[in-house]
Design a protein around this ligand. Structure first.
Ligand code: SF4
Length: 422
């Protein structure tokens, strides 16, 4: 007997599509969690002072050692085409590598300014790889706001690593998407107890410790915003497992059940390992459910995590969904979570920020999940908010973290209740 995993409905709900002004951070933001994941990698943003400010203010509070990212500033002379930006970049990279011999992988990260002046970072990476004779691997990807929203930066970074992955057809489970190290350790332990012995991760903890990929690879996505990477892994022969994302007790259990089924784990063994975790996770949810149940939630499009979070918050925390926005909807990658949303949930894809804010004001929800730029104005209007970026930085995956995930949403409501009492 197999392990029970959720059925997937063939016809997802209709959605409202919008393509107006966006209020979303660019893909450079993902450097903040990628550089923590791979301490031997360096992210060199080829951009303007604006890019440097963004990345420093997004990451500043979290850096305790010398940062593993920097910015090659394109000055006015570069932008006007008066200077050779390539020469400048080569010089800067050489300086950097002399100062930081521990760097094993260097990512050249494109930005709006480097795209505007059509600086070819793929060629730059190729040239530097030749000059550096394999001492450091130089990769490139775009984090520009023209092309990417903030979580797509990780998708692009992983895609850039893919050609370096060796080919091998051995049986393995490949977890794709950045996880907090402690969460990853717990997942590995659970998979080991289920009898799934070869489990690897992309991105790896060491940038050079790249997993192989091939026919025996079963990909389990830990993050919902990795469409391009998922497709590219399939092209390399891997099988993509369709599961809800591991947010909340139900999502985490179903995510593990999908892997267990793919590896033929008997139901008794699965239940023996998972039942205590499910039980503990549900107990941890209870105090937060008391705060969240019946509250109305509006999710503005920002991180692509909105649909699985909405599924968790409605099904496990009893919240009412006013609208679930996502910057981009990949129906294949979201199939399992879409199937678990309450019927007739209002979904929206893309953004027209003014129209969306009008809908928020008209609905007066109890809580809005949104980007940093919209949180302050909404709070000033008396609407409680949760920053979606916090969810990417927090360890929220797995049954064990379900209570903490719910707490992140309950906290602003508790704070507001205290303020109203005082
Ligand atoms: S890449 Fe573009 S959107 Fe991002 S900080 Fe630089 S200029 Fe701004």
């Amino acid at each position: 007997m197999g392990v029970s995993a959720p059925p997937i409905q063939p016809s997802p709900p209709d959605i409202l599509k919008e393509s107006g002004q966006r209020e979303v951070f660019c893909g450079l933001t993902s450097i903040v969690w990628l550089h923590r994941r791979m301490p031997d990698a360096f992210f060199l943003v080829v951009g303007s002072r604006t890019c440097a400010h963004l990345i420093q203010s997004a990451a500043g509070v979290m850096i305790f050692a010398e940062p593993r990212f920097g910015t090659a500033i394109l000055g006015e002379r570069d932008l006007a085409g008066l200077a050779d930006a390539n020469e400048e970049l080569d010089r800067l990279v050489k300086d950097l590598l002399e100062r930081r011999p521990e760097i094993r992988t260097l990512f050249l990260v494109g930005s709006c300014p480097s795209e505007v002046i059509k600086l070819d970072l793929a060629k730059a990476a190729e040239r530097l790889n030749t000059q550096l004779l394999g001492r450091v691997r130089v990769l490139n990807y775009s984090g520009s706001g023209i092309e990417t929203t903030f979580t797509q930066g990780e998708d692009n970074a992983l895609l850039a690593m893919l050609p370096l992955l060796p080919s091998a057809d051995e049986e393995q489970l490949l977890i794709v998407g950045t996880l907090a190290d402690a969460v990853e350790d717990r997942f590995r332990l659970i998979f080991e107890r289920l009898g799934i012995t070869t489990v690897r991760s992309l991105p790896p903890r060491r940038s050079t410790d790249l997993p192989p990929v091939g026919k025996g690879t079963r990909v389990l996505l830990a993050q919902p915003f990795l469409s391009a990477t998922a497709r590219a892994l399939q092209h390399r022969g891997a099988t993509l497992l369709s599961a809800p994302y591991p947010f909340g007790v139900e999502g985490s259990r179903d995510w593990m059940a999908t892997a267990a089924n793919a590896f033929g784990v008997p139901a008794e063994r699965f239940n023996a390992v998972l039942d205590p975790l499910v039980e503990r996770g549900r107990r941890a949810l209870e105090p937060h459910r008391e705060v969240l149940a019946g509250k109305r939630l509006f999710l503005l499009p920002d991180s692509q995590m909105e649909i699985p979070l909405a599924r968790f918050l409605s099904r496990e925390c009893g919240m009412e969904l006013v609208e679930v926005g996502t910057p981009y909807l990949d129906r294949q990658l979201m199939a399992a979570d879409l199937a678990l949303l309450p019927p007739a949930t209002q979904l929206s894809e893309g953004q027209d920020v003014d129209l969306q804010l009008e809908r928020v004001r008209a609905a007066r929800p109890d809580l809005v999940l949104c980007g940093l730029g919209l949180a302050n104005p909404l709070e000033a209007e008396g609407i409680a908010t949760k920053w979606s970026i916090e969810l990417v930085f927090s360890p929220i995956h797995g049954c064990d973290q379900a209570g903490e995930l719910a707490e992140l949403f309950a906290r602003p409501l508790r704070r507001r209740a205290v303020l109203q009492l005082s």
